[in-house]
Design a protein around this ligand. Structure first.
Ligand SMILES: Cc1ncc(COP(=O)(O)O)c(C=O)c1O
Length: 388
């Protein structure tokens, strides 16, 4: 097919221009990462987890961005936690030596992938029941592979994971399967997002850590070598890994500190490193401004009963008073509240997303912003990879 040359897409820019493009020169919506905040978040959490005396194995699903992951490794991360085969194979391709695929390999395609991943000697698997473990054991035996795994424990989230009281029976039942090797236990204390008070969350988090350590001791006493006691979340990062006997922590969201963390007090607004840049495109109705950023820019994750799609701020990340990001269509965002009276068509806003991981996964690249000037410039574009 021939035809007129299509116009150049008004997105992004060619890296290395001088001066760097200003935010008001970018096509919107655009996903922005603030370099100073990102690097500070990475360093602060690395120091805190080192202070707990445990290894840091961050969850890579938050960024899916090698430039972020590389900085985490440089700050001392021992490796990464992954959710999907795509994340595992992407990081193996980058030569990362120590991965934990923290999901259950169920179904022939994932079992085959799990065995291949285990054969690299660089990937730990996860198991939480006989139904998950047995097909894996058989496939690993057929391939002549010993697959190392962590037993997932449900410490209160109610998602996957075995009840702590049933863990010993499962390990006993798997003891005659030489193609599987249990290296320890793991939990994701996601239930901590349900505790808004920092103190109560800390108390519950310390209980989760202590419970995991006590379980590890019971399993060892029954003859199961439990080397790894792995916990992981951003709301729990200040408490759960601090129980003596925990060996590793797996927070993920801390690199960006989204609105969920800010509302919980496990992050601060001045740490919010990931934002969506949008522009007002319509003000024709009183009390409402329409943005060019909707659910495909933000993801649909809501923050509990508070709802909304994120915190609406000015270019310097000061929240706009009385402006609510009430809802979105795919490419349209609905801002309401008394404060929209001050907005005009063409105005730029930056939105701190409810959930950084879901938002980043909507995008294939991020624009890196270096703050500090009236119009913070964009200095680099980083790829978001392994999204599926
Ligand atoms: C298994 C597992 N580990 C670690 C994390 C990281 O937790 P957070 O997003 O609170 O940093 C998650 C997040 O969903 C997870 O599912």
């Amino acid at each position: 097919m021939t035809g007129p040359t299509p116009p150049t897409l008004p997105v992004g820019f060619v890296a290395g221009p001088d001066p760097a493009p200003r935010l008001d020169q970018l096509a919107t919506p655009a996903l922005l990462v603030d370099r100073v905040r990102l690097e500070r978040n990475i360093a602060t959490t690395a120091a805190a987890i080192a202070g707990a005396g445990v290894a840091l194995r961050p969850h890579v699903k938050t960024s899916k961005c090698w430039e972020v992951a590389r900085r985490q490794l440089e700050a001392g991360a021992v490796g990464f936690t992954c959710s999907t085969p795509a994340e595992v194979s992407w990081l193996l391709g980058h030569g990362v030596e120590d991965l934990f695929w923290a999901h259950l390999p169920v179904g022939p395609a994932k079992v085959a992938f799990a065995v291949e991943a285990a054969a690299t000697g660089r990937v730990l698997l996860e198991v939480d029941s006989l139904e998950v473990a047995l097909p894996l054991a058989e496939a690993a035996a057929a391939a002549g592979v010993v697959a190392p795994y962590l037993l997932e424990i449900d410490t209160g989230q109610g998602r996957t994971g075995i009840d702590p009281d049933d863990a010993l029976a499962l390990l006993d039942a798997l003891a005659d399967r030489p193609s599987l090797r249990c290296r320890g236990i793991t939990t994701h204390e996601g239930q901590l997002t349900g505790y808004a008070g920092v103190e109560e969350r800390g108390r519950v988090g310390r209980g989760v850590g202590a419970g995991m350590v006590a379980l590890a001791e019971r399993l060892r006493a029954a003859g199961h070598p439990v080397e790894i006691v792995s916990v992981g979340s951003t709301p729990g990062a200040a408490s759960v890994p601090f129980s003596p006997g925990v060996t590793e922590a797996r927070p993920g969201t801390y690199v960006y500190s989204d609105l969920t963390q800010i509302r919980l007090g496990s992050g601060r607004l001045e740490d919010a490193a990931l934002t969506v840049l949008g522009r007002v495109v319509n003000r024709s109705r009183d009390g409402r401004a329409i943005l060019d950023a909707g659910t495909k820019a933000m993801s649909m994750d809501a923050f509990g009963a508070l709802g909304g799609l994120g915190l609406v701020c000015d270019l310097h990340l000061q929240p706009l008073p009385d402006v609510v990001f009430e809802q979105g269509n795919e490419e349209h965002g609905f801002l309401t509240g008394r404060g929209v009276a001050a907005l005009h068509v063409g105005d730029l806003v930056r939105i701190v997303p409810n959930h950084a991981c879901g938002t980043e996964n909507m995008w294939s690249r991020v624009h890196v912003v270096d703050e500090g000037t009236e119009h913070p410039g964009v200095s680099e574009v980083w790829a978001v990879e392994a999204r599926h």
